[in-house]
Design a protein around this ligand. Structure first.
Ligand code: HEC
Ligand code: HEC
Length: 383
């Protein structure tokens, strides 16, 4: 790009690339968070967002002119003056680097963004039992709610913050006509100052960072068997764990995983086995499907209670226990408040549709649930 009069080169290509990557990964991860089955994509772009912030923080110390933190204008008096001058003098001269407002803006984005990225990674491990931090789930599962709240509320705060920033830039662009928007595209600002001339090794640092990010992104969107997204839970082999459960309880419906309900619920189901949701189950029923011996019932329910929600740190178990708050479990999870809340956004007619038929037919909407897996990426959203 040719340099015109009254222009300073302030943002080298990689400062601009990083700026737009931070902006776009934040926006995309926000959009992907709206559908739970896009969790892999949410995490993949979230990781890039986090890496770009790390890079931007390093850049704040070793970056080129105008990018380093020591050029930031953080005096509150100057911030106040910046706004007063903005109102009083439409044609005021702007600084080549960060003005007081954009200095504060950048620092706050970096702080909020870092907390959002860190809580996101922790949440992925602690709540979902996935990724490199999945091992934290069994120790710190009790913090999943607080982490979720911090992650979500700070993301909304950052979104509001970004909207304020965009409005500010548009005012600069179209009212003050300082061309601030174009500066982040072309690198040139309409003002006076010394051009930024970043050296070769700084450029290489950027390319290494971008390369690592691209690799991380590629790995994390793909499947479920790489260390970035792998689950700490394996599929359950009921045949191996409890053959009686696999053979006898899987005839009328697919097998519900034991961690879905608390021991008190399994106890209720056991007590009411002769009236099992309208079906009579007994040792000498004339229909094969309904015939389960007392001995088999005992081993089945011992197995279910031993592996019930009370003994699990999976998200669904922790949330079900919390929702019961010491009360005795219901026979159906669909009567437990947590389940109702989790499905509040599912239109009621979907449960009656021909693909689903009943609320308790979890298997129609949660792929691999019959194998004991309950992952967000497996949720099917019917129209
Ligand atoms: C003869 C058929 C039949 C057999 C055998 C059977 N069930 Fe069921 N089960 C049902 C029906 C019908 C429902 C109700 C489904 C509904 O609400 O849509 C049900 C529902 C359930 C639910 C409730 C899921 C929920 O939270 O809403 C659980 C748990 C369950 N069965 C466990 C078992 C266990 C354990 C066994 C083996 C001891 C078993 N079932 C064997 C017919 C059967
Ligand atoms: C009609 C399809 C459907 C059925 C049937 C269904 N679910 Fe869901 N479930 C969903 C959808 C869709 C979501 C995500 C809702 C959202 O995005 O707000 C969800 C969310 C959940 C969540 C919360 C996941 C999270 O990350 O917060 C749990 C737990 C869950 N379902 C368990 C079950 C269980 C157990 C059953 C069976 C008793 C069941 N679901 C039956 C569609 C269904």
């Amino acid at each position: 790009m040719n340099k015109r009069k009254n222009q300073v080169f302030v943002w080298p290509i990689y400062t601009r690339v990083i700026h737009w990557l931070i902006a776009s990964t934040f926006t995309l991860s926000f959009i992907f968070s709206l559908k739970k089955n896009l969790l892999n994509l949410h995490v993949a772009v979230g990781i890039i967002f986090g890496l770009m912030l790390v890079y931007r923080i390093i850049w704040g110390f070793v970056g080129p002119r105008y990018a380093t933190f020591n050029t930031f204008e953080l005096s509150l008096a100057k911030l106040k003056f910046y706004f007063i001058e903005k109102v009083q003098n439409r044609w005021r001269e702007i600084p080549a680097g960060h003005n007081p407002a954009s200095s504060w803006f950048t620092l706050i984005v970096l702080s909020l963004g870092s907390i959002i990225s860190i809580t996101g990674l922790l949440l992925y491990g602690i709540q979902e039992g996935k990724g490199y931090l999945g091992f934290l789930n069994c120790h710190y599962y009790m913090y999943m709610d607080i982490l979720f709240d911090i992650h979500m509320y700070l993301s909304y705060t950052l979104l509001v913050w970004v909207i304020i920033h965009i409005s500010g830039v548009l005012v600069e662009q179209f009212y003050h006509k300082t061309g601030m928007l174009f500066a982040m595209i072309t690198g040139y600002k309409k003002t006076k100052g010394i051009d930024s001339k970043p050296g070769k090794y700084k450029s290489s640092l950027t390319y290494v960072f971008l390369l690592i990010s691209a690799m991380v992104f590629y790995v994390s969107i793909d499947g479920r068997n790489n260390p970035f997204v792998v689950s700490i839970y394996d599929q359950i082999n009921y045949e191996q764990e409890n053959p009686a459960y696999a053979h006898k309880c899987g005839t009328c419906h697919k097998l519900y995983p034991p961690f879905m309900l608390p021991a008190s619920s399994w106890e209720r189901i056991q007590d009411d086995i002769s009236n099992h949701f309208g079906e009579e189950i007994s040792p000498d029923h004339k229909k094969e499907d309904n015939r389960i011996s007392l001995n088999e019932q005992r081993t089945i329910f011992a197995y279910l209670k031993e592996n019930s929600a009370d003994h699990s740190t999976r998200k669904i178990s922790v949330r079900v226990m919390k929702s019961l708050d010491g009360a005795r479990g219901r026979k159906s999870i669909t009567k437990i408040q947590y389940w109702k809340d989790a499905h509040a956004n599912v239109p009621p007619h979907i449960f009656r549709s021909k693909e689903v038929k009943r609320k308790a037919n979890c298997f129609a909407c949660h792929k691999n649930f019959d194998k004991g897996m309950l992952e967000n990426i497996d949720i099917i959203y019917y129209k």
